[in-house]
Write a protein that binds this ligand. Structure first.
Ligand code: DI6
Ligand code: FE
Length: 416
């Protein structure tokens, strides 16, 4: 593992670039015009057509982009990256015909990852999550959300969130932590869902928030998880602490979760295969981002498509994420998710690019620092060895990354 502090500085003048459509809102020359990015003290000072470069930046130390296409650093806005063990056995069960809900009811599912997560100590969880994070980073990820939700008890949720923070520090990547204590009912609370939600709201969340471990709060609102009323109770607790909310909404059925989340000003509603017209309208009004998770859709062999056309027509911003988790989306490539979002959900290429940059940043409340290349933002951008932005979604299993500038440092592809 490379420590982030050993990455060379990206300060200087980056030339020989072509901006992907939408990469630098407001200043974008087209992809056939040579672009330049000036970086000083880890911050973007200027971006635009090289021919328009202000003289004050012309003398900065040069970095030749070699004609690469450049996008903002990618943002993976929905992951469950920290957990113990893996669940390949369930993959086999599903291949033999069992549904996700049947596997969960048979004692598998989330609860089996809870067992493995509780057994692992912090260092073991870090050691298991680190190589997964490295895979995502190698695709150009510069910011990532990491949820708890496999501990389901204060000390174990704390362990997960502390590991998430440590990963951010070790790799020099922006990590937003999300408390998902209401992910599943822990076995010791079987039949006592209300008591568990009380524990989540009155003890776990306040304690973890006081320790600075919680950037946002999420709930799995679903028939096999928590009801709408329980979800609202958690949202109330989050609101009392001034924490933003988001929701695993309408993944397997229409629970009315999206409309509830919108009433609480949710950053995002995620999955949303069964999102209703009312849910879309509520999200539009509250400016909530729709997070599409094609990896889970694919793994579950779902056939109920999220209402892409209606979201598009309503102007609801759509993000795309891996939903990396051991049960329904063991995916470690955001580029592959772009491909799936286009192929399975019929997103356009510009939508897919915005989905893993601009809108994903907004889904995390990071729109001031991530998701775009803009003056005053920390330098987070990726140089790609492709001719056309469509290639980012077109290839799958390819990794056309040339250089990753993450938090003002050259994290991948520094000149030797
Ligand atoms: N929805 C999902 O797809 C994941 N969590 C959730 O709330 C699945 C998590 C798992 O199966 O471990
Ligand atoms: Fe998820």
């Amino acid at each position: 593992m490379t420590s982030a502090s050993t990455f060379p500085s990206a300060d200087g003048l980056w030339t020989g670039l072509r901006l992907a459509p939408g990469a630098a809102p407001g200043t974008t020359p087209d992809a056939d015009t040579e672009a330049a990015i000036a970086v000083a003290e880890g911050t973007v000072r200027w971006v635009g057509a090289r021919s328009a470069l202000p003289a004050e930046f012309a003398g900065l130390p040069p970095h030749d982009g070699g004609g690469a296409l450049v996008t903002p650093g990618l943002v993976d806005c929905h992951t469950h990256l920290v957990y113990g063990g893996q669940r390949a056995n369930e993959f086999a069960m599903r291949l033999a015909g069992a549904s996700y809900e049947e596997v969960a009811k048979a004692g598998g599912g989330i609860v089996s990852s809870v067992r493995a997560t509780r057994e692992a100590d912090e260092d073991a969880l870090f050691a298991q999550a680190a190589p997964r994070l490295e895979q995502l980073l190698a695709d150009g990820v510069c910011a990532i959300e990491i949820k708890s939700g496999y501990g389901l008890a204060l000390e174990h949720e704390r362990k997960q969130l502390r590991v998430a923070r440590r990963l951010g520090e070790a790799y020099g990547v922006t990590v937003r932590t999300t408390f998902l204590g209401a992910h599943a009912l822990p076995p010791e609370y079987a039949g006592r869902s209300g008591d568990y939600i009380d524990l989540v709201c009155n003890e776990m969340l306040p304690a973890l928030a006081a320790e600075g471990l919680v950037d946002a709060v999420d709930v799995f609102c679903e028939r096999i998880a928590f009801t709408l009323a329980e979800t609202e109770q958690v949202f109330q607790a989050a609101k009392a602490l001034g924490l933003p909310v988001k929701l695993h909404a309408e993944q397997l059925s229409d629970m009315g979760g999206a409309a509830l989340a919108a009433r609480y000003g949710a950053l995002s509603c995620d999955h949303i295969e069964h999102l209703s017209a009312q849910g879309i309208e509520a999200m539009r009004q509250s400016g909530t981002v729709a997070v599409l998770l094609p990896g889970a859709y694919y793994t579950l062999r779902d056939t109920h498509l999220p209402p892409i056309e209606a979201l598009r027509a309503a102007g609801v911003p759509m993000a795309v994420s891996t939903d990396h988790n051991p049960g329904t989306s063991p995916a470690l490539s955001l580029l592959l998710m772009m491909n799936m979002a286009c192929t399975l959900f019929r997103l356009t290429v510009p939508e897919a690019v915005a989905g893993v940059t601009l809108h994903a940043a907004r889904a995390l409340g990071l729109q001031k620092t991530h998701g775009a290349i803009a003056e005053g933002m920390p330098a987070n951008f990726v140089l790609w060895n492709v001719r056309d932005a469509a290639e980012l979604a077109y290839w799958f299993g390819q990794r056309p990354v040339r250089t990753v500038v993450r938090q003002g440092r050259i994290a991948v592809g520094a000149a030797q």
